[in-house]
Design a protein around this ligand. Structure first.
Ligand code: SAH
Ligand code: SF4
Ligand code: F3S
Length: 480
């Protein structure tokens, strides 16, 4: 039975795997308690950008004499990197803050800091609402964290929620937290200039800006040299990546960047997220097709299959435009894995609009999807302009239908793979058994297969035949 209370219904094992990252504590840099003046504990919620940001924060703190701990009770500074995307996300964080509150009452001098999108959205209001929070820092102000901690130590409330037009943290080497040593996120840009009417991100993350290509390549090379074998280039809208150096001599587009990263080594897989249907270019598709190590996988959020709703959402494409993009992807990269984000019950959505969403899902034949029901967010265009008029019950029922359809599409997609062989990047032991490996295909599908007597290690590539499947995982057998 699906939990209707959740606003986001987990679909595949792959997603469950991704979601286990949420809220996990991070590995310490050193076990020696005397090495650092203070120890911090950081917990992250929300999208991959937030997880990548926590690695930047860890680096800033580390360079200022702080050490990480994954034991909450050991921390002198608790940081929570927050998400505002849906109401449920904020409620989860509020609940966690009440847990920190009781720790704070027990431990004198313990500081609690709120980072990320909820910090940006609520600013100092957060300090009034959550009395025991000491520090509030928005996504563009992480460099000021060490001085804010000092301020908070003197008993003052410390806030910095200034958004920046140029901060990219390009010069900071993120400290890889909780890493499997094989896959890593690399932030290539920040902010978002799109104004999807339902979305809070442009308000919490500010204007779009691209990080220098040079610093991105250097970070990817460094990761490869450390043994990492996959990088995911991150931005809210990667296709609008555009970097121009100060002399206007060098211009780098996303397709060019993708190529540069691909050329680091054929052994380094490259993924990226997220593409906007209006911006993804043929050039990007041809680059994916040209380089074997650029994964054949595109996350192309559709949000709705109805042109009328897409217009209200300010997505700036129509149903037909989106379908033509899907056709183009399939033409240029025939075995491309495609996934999407879908929202049910947006303002004024009728049954006929909902049917359009179901039919576009079938048309695109997504191999998986992230699905949500609409949650009105304060300050967004939709909140200002439209009435959130679809009853919750209807939103949830439509979400249930969307999930049921996607489960079917995912299972069929996996069944089509049976008997075929795939090049799998081994990420580590499977969750259930250390005699099995877990890895992913280029299309991003999760494979689990027995180690047998082969001498593979994590970070190696294995050719695996798909033998059986569920909707979320393919079970396989090594063929070489
Ligand atoms: N920049 C990315 C993703 C941003 S947020 C993009 O453009 O696709 C991730 C997903 O959360 C969105 O794609 C959307 O499906 C969902 N989302 C955003 N705001 C929402 C809201 N108010 N209610 C429900 N889902 C929302
Ligand atoms: Fe939000 Fe739209 Fe920007 Fe994505 S592209 S972050 S959905 S405004
Ligand atoms: Fe959430 Fe902010 Fe990401 S609102 S989805 S953490 S950009």
């Amino acid at each position: 039975m699906i939990d209707y209370v959740s606003d986001r219904i987990g679909l595949t094992d792959q997603q469950k795997h991704d979601e286990t990252r949420q809220g996990e504590a991070y590995a310490p840099f050193s076990d020696d308690p005397n090495l650092y003046k203070k120890r911090f504990f950081i917990e992250s919620y929300g999208c991959a950008m937030n997880f990548a940001d926590s690695e930047v924060v860890a680096s800033i703190l580390n360079n200022n004499g702080f050490g990480a701990t994954k034991i909450l009770e050991e921390a002198d500074l608790i940081l929570i990197n927050t998400c505002s995307i849906r109401e449920k996300a904020e409620l989860t964080i509020r609940k966690r803050l009440t847990e920190f509150r009781s720790l704070k009452q027990k431990k004198k001098g313990l500081l609690v800091g709120v980072l990320g999108c909820m910090a940006e959205r609520l600013k100092s209001k957060l300090l009034e609402e959550e009395k025991l929070v000491d520090i509030v820092v928005g996504p563009d102000a992480y460099r000021s964290l060490p001085s804010l901690v000092e301020e908070a130590e003197t008993g003052q409330k410390a806030v910095n929620v200034l958004l920046s037009r140029d901060e990219t943290y390009g010069d900071i080497s993120p400290v890889r937290l909780n890493s499997n040593g094989v896959t890593a996120f690399v932030s290539i840009m920040r902010g978002c200039n799109n104004m999807c009417s339902f979305c809070v991100v442009p308000f919490t993350r500010g204007r779009e800006r691209s990080r220098s290509a040079e610093s991105i390549i250097a970070e990817c090379k460094d990761l490869f040299e450390q043994g990492f074998r996959e990088v995911t280039l991150l931005g809210q809208n990667v296709d609008s990546y555009y970097f121009q150096d100060e002399q206007n001599e060098i211009t780098v587009t996303f397709a060019m960047l993708l190529e540069k990263v691909a050329l680091i080594s054929p052994l380094l897989r490259v993924r990226f997220s997220t593409s906007h249907p209006k911006d993804i270019t043929d050039e990007v598709l041809f680059t994916i097709a040209k380089y074997e190590n650029v994964c054949n996988y595109i996350h192309l959020p559709v949000q709705s299959g109805s042109t009328r709703i897409l217009q209200l959402m300010n997505r700036t494409y129509t149903r037909e435009w989106y379908m033509a993009k899907i056709d183009r992807i399939k033409e240029i990269i025939p075995d491309c894995g495609i996934s999407a984000d879908i929202i049910t019950g947006f303002c004024t959505e009728e049954d006929s609009d909902h049917k359009d969403t179901l039919s576009i899902m079938k048309y695109a034949n997504y191999h998986y999807a992230y699905m949500y029901y609409y949650s009105e967010r304060p300050g967004t265009l939709a909140q200002k302009r439209y009435t959130d008029d679809v009853p919750l019950e209807t939103k949830k029922n439509r979400l249930y239908e969307v999930v049921a359809l996607q489960n079917k599409l995912s299972l069929e997609s996996n069944e089509r793979d049976l008997g075929k062989s795939f090049k799998i990047l081994i990420e580590g032991d499977s969750k259930k058994s250390d005699t099995d490996w877990m890895g992913r295909s280029s299309q991003g599908k999760v494979f689990v297969f027995p180690k047998e007597d082969y001498k593979f290690e994590k970070g190696d590539y294995a050719f695996v035949e798909a033998i059986s499947c569920t909707q979320g995982t393919l079970l396989g057998k090594i063929i070489k």
